[in-house]
Design a binder for this molecule. Structure first.
Ligand code: NAX
Length: 332
């Protein structure tokens, strides 16, 4: 057994964290040989609930957990952390405008960025789940200039998993037979779930998703719409937002970042854009990445049709607007 790593989860008393913490503690993210010390951050009104979560962490009786820290203070939460799951955010309340939500969250992620900058390890891997995830990640990175920009990512893995599962279901196959689905852009209804470069594989063959499904109208219509609005559909049915699947997606994202992707395959992450695929630079934009040695690299050379190009531009435009609004809040 090695030295324990320190892993912070914010919004630790919330519903995503409730599933996520047990998976981290179980070794699903950092491996079954890697001990962890959990840093759990939430706000004062949530401390009673968080106390209950800590009781359950004790009761999980998992050998990898070498301790936990329960706190309301960012400087304690982010001290010496190796990995950060930034789940906590201001939820959208009735009557709240998108702008109000953005400005409340910009303030939270500014504070957390500053704390990461001061207290975290310089090679900390940051995954932002709290919405608006892409822009929150950008703000966080902006206020943590001593940490490389590459270390700040936003979660679009849930969208990827949803798309992969929908394709598999349509074909009556297992999700593991569907490879290289890409989510482009913002984690919002402007995201572009793209299966143009995705394939369906079995033990002896590999075929494109387009050829296998052979229904362009569905692929470029209902399929895209369903993935873009899946979050709202879950809320409608469950009366609460996706939590179990969101936690699993956060696990998938961080595990692949930590351990790498298989050769020839890629995953989607919101990462700092560098101009690839004509995406404006310096946005946190979901792109196809391959990972080795804990470093992601944008997969180059994927085919972008005119249909796709339009969608890439549309979601970039939304992110540019969010960035502008966020910067205005920061500079106010
Ligand atoms: P909950 O409302 O259940 O939990 C959020 C927790 O964050 C609460 O305990 C709250 O007290 C805490 N919190 C609020 N402000 C905080 C602060 N400044 N510091 C630390 N903790 C703070 O929400 P939950 O369902 O867990 O969702 C969390 C976030 O994930 C939301 O912003 C949600 O929109 C976002 N999601 C993002 C997804 C993605 O794919 N990127 C998908 C799922 C989810 O909707």
């Amino acid at each position: 057994e090695g030295e324990p790593i320190r892993v912070v989860v914010t919004g630790a008393a919330g519903q995503i964290a409730y599933s996520l913490i047990s998976m981290i503690a179980n070794g699903d993210v950092f491996g079954t040989k890697q001990p962890v010390i959990l840093h759990l951050l939430d706000i004062p009104p949530a401390m009673g609930v968080l106390e209950g979560v800590c009781m359950e962490i004790d009761d999980l009786a998992l050998p990898l957990v070498k301790g936990y820290v329960k706190t309301t203070e960012p400087e304690v939460a982010f001290k010496d952390v190796d990995a950060a799951f930034l789940v906590g955010a201001m939820p959208r309340r009735e009557g709240m405008e998108r702008k109000d939500l953005l400005s409340a969250n910009v303030k939270i992620f500014k504070v957390q960025g500053e704390a990461l900058n001061k207290y975290a390890k310089k090679d900390v891997k940051v995954l932002v789940v709290g919405n608006p995830a892409n822009t929150n990640a950008l703000i966080c990175s902006f206020y943590a200039p001593s940490i490389p920009k590459e270390n700040f990512t936003a979660m679009t893995r849930l969208d990827q998993n949803r798309a992969q599962s929908a394709i598999a279901k349509r074909l009556g196959l297992c999700v593991s037979n569907v490879k290289n689905v890409t989510i482009w852009g913002n984690h919002s209804s402007t995201q572009f779930p793209d299966v143009f470069n995705a394939s369906v594989t079995s033990s002896d063959s590999s075929k494109s998703v387009y050829d296998s499904i052979n229904d362009t109208q569905w692929l470029e219509g209902d399929f895209i719409k369903t993935i873009q609005t899946r979050g709202a559909a879950v809320i409608q049915a469950r009366k609460m937002s996706s939590a179990m699947s969101a936690a699993k997606a956060a696990v998938d994202h961080m595990r692949d970042w930590w351990s790498g992707t298989a050769s020839g395959s890629w995953v989607s992450m919101g990462v700092i854009s560098d101009g690839s695929y004509g995406v404006p630079k310096d946005l946190i934009y979901s792109l196809p990445v391959s990972i080795s040695n804990k470093q992601w690299k944008i997969v180059q050379g994927l085919k972008i049709t005119d249909f796709a190009k339009n969608k890439l531009d549309l979601t970039a435009k939304e992110l540019l607007e969010e960035k502008e609004e966020a910067m205005a809040v920061c500079n106010a």
